[in-house]
Design a protein around this ligand. Structure first.
Ligand SMILES: [Zn+2]
Length: 402
């Protein structure tokens, strides 16, 4: 972690100015690139985005000089499997959230705390685990990353009142439908309805079983269950036939999730299908980590580069999938650079040695950007990334003396 601002709680009340931005990505597909070179944030919330002359940059406590590089919203990983804190038992990953932060991820969303040893499957245990996970991550952000967790799996015996109790306790999510013991589509559909009636969001396990205990869901079953997010439409790892992927995309208007730890060929098919339909706003991204494939620390960036290069989409659009699209589907304010949004930002530049002439060119060629700095709630939390290739130009940060 950066030591320039040793007291984050104090810094969160302070004024941040990010200046000399060469390229500002908004996170919004409607306008992915903003005509602005300056961001101002107070108390962790963006107050102004524009040309420096039009922004109040006086009396800043923290000034980040982007030195002509690119600023993007912090990446939002819509599909993770946390346990508690920084350890995951699935492939014995330690500090996995920290390493993903170094890959530009500032928010993560749980798709179920599936790797907890002895994961309870009874009513009381399911609720206890979900509430414990929600409470733990709300109270202590590992490495500063915002983890939205507490995503119970659908288990036989859960009642309508259980979803009400979970929602009242602050649990917003249901984990992957298809991993818990509920195998009957009508039961799953009923429980998803109870969850939604209480304001909770649901996603499905899509494709073949990923690990022992998960099961095959067909496209027809998923459409009947009607989740908010078609979780990993490109499988985790085993994907549907392309005809079923098309059937899912065309059969509903729900979010289409593509994950890093899935089938890349199917990912590209789903992306092209959504593009053909003119519905790229439905594409949301995640890593599906930790999983049997481990934790790709740069998974979100790798997915952006893969979808932009093989998918032949402008990089600035694909960054929107990883930021504003995913945050919007989950009702989060982050992922967009605009006033009243959290100042969760990634300062990046084209990697040293890339054939791309600009950052966007380099990503469209399949290269990863070099991350120079990550800020969460207006506070620089790392500089530079220890995991990305080195950036061509690094930002500088200074603190007002005294
Ligand atoms: Zn998953």
């Amino acid at each position: 972690m950066i030591d320039l601002f040793p007291d984050p709680s104090q810094a969160r009340r302070r004024k941040l100015v990010v200046e000399n931005i060469g390229l500002l990505l908004s996170g919004r597909l409607e306008q992915p690139i903003l005509d602005a070179d300056t961001i101002v944030a107070v108390g962790g919330t963006i107050t102004a985005v524009g040309k420096r002359a039009d922004c109040d940059v006086e009396d800043a406590d923290i000034v980040v000089d982007a030195r002509g590089t690119t600023v993007c919203p912090g990446l939002v990983d819509g599909h993770t499997h946390p346990t508690l804190g920084e350890h995951s038992p699935r492939t014995d990953n330690h500090s996995w959230i920290l390493h993903c932060l170094h890959g530009g991820t500032t928010t993560m969303i749980s798709a179920g705390e599936v790797h907890v040893a002895g994961r309870p499957t009874d009513r009381v245990g399911v609720k206890a685990l979900a509430i414990a996970a929600q409470r733990s991550f709300a109270a202590a952000r590992p490495s500063g990353v915002k983890m939205i967790a507490g995503a119970p799996l659908l288990e036989e015996g859960l009642l309508e009142e259980d979803f009400r109790e979970l929602a009242e306790a602050g649990v917003e999510l249901v984990g992957e439908v298809g991993i818990g013991s509920v195998a009957d589509v009508e039961t799953a559909r009923t429980m998803v309805g109870w969850a939604r009636a209480n304001g909770m969001r649901c996603l499905t396990h899509t494709g073949g079983p990923s690990i022992p205990g998960s099961r095959l869901m067909t496209a027809e079953e998923i459409l009947a269950i009607d989740p908010d997010v078609i979780g990993h439409i490109n499988g985790g790892h085993t994907a549907f036939a392309h005809s079923e992927i098309r059937c899912l995309c065309e059969g509903c208007s729900r979010a289409i999730e593509i994950v890093h730890n899935g089938n890349a060929f199917a990912a590209l098919y789903a992306l092209r299908t959504a593009a053909e339909m003119g519905q790229l706003e439905r594409i949301v991204l995640g890593t599906d980590a930790p999983s049997g494939a481990g934790v790709p620390a740069l998974g979100m960036l790798r997915l952006v580069a893969m979808l932009s290069s093989f998918g032949e989409l402008p990089a600035e659009q694909v960054f929107c999938f990883a930021t504003g699209n995913t945050a919007r589907v989950h009702g989060l304010a982050q992922g967009i650079v605009a006033p009243d949004r959290p100042a969760d930002l990634v300062v990046m530049d084209r990697a040293q040695g890339t054939a791309g002439r600009t950052l966007l060119d380099s990503v469209a060629l399949g290269d990863l950007p070099g991350i120079g700095m990550v800020l969460i709630d207006g506070v620089p939390v790392l500089r530079p990334s220890r995991n990305t290739p080195p950036a061509t130009t690094l930002p500088e940060a200074r603190r007002r003396p005294g």
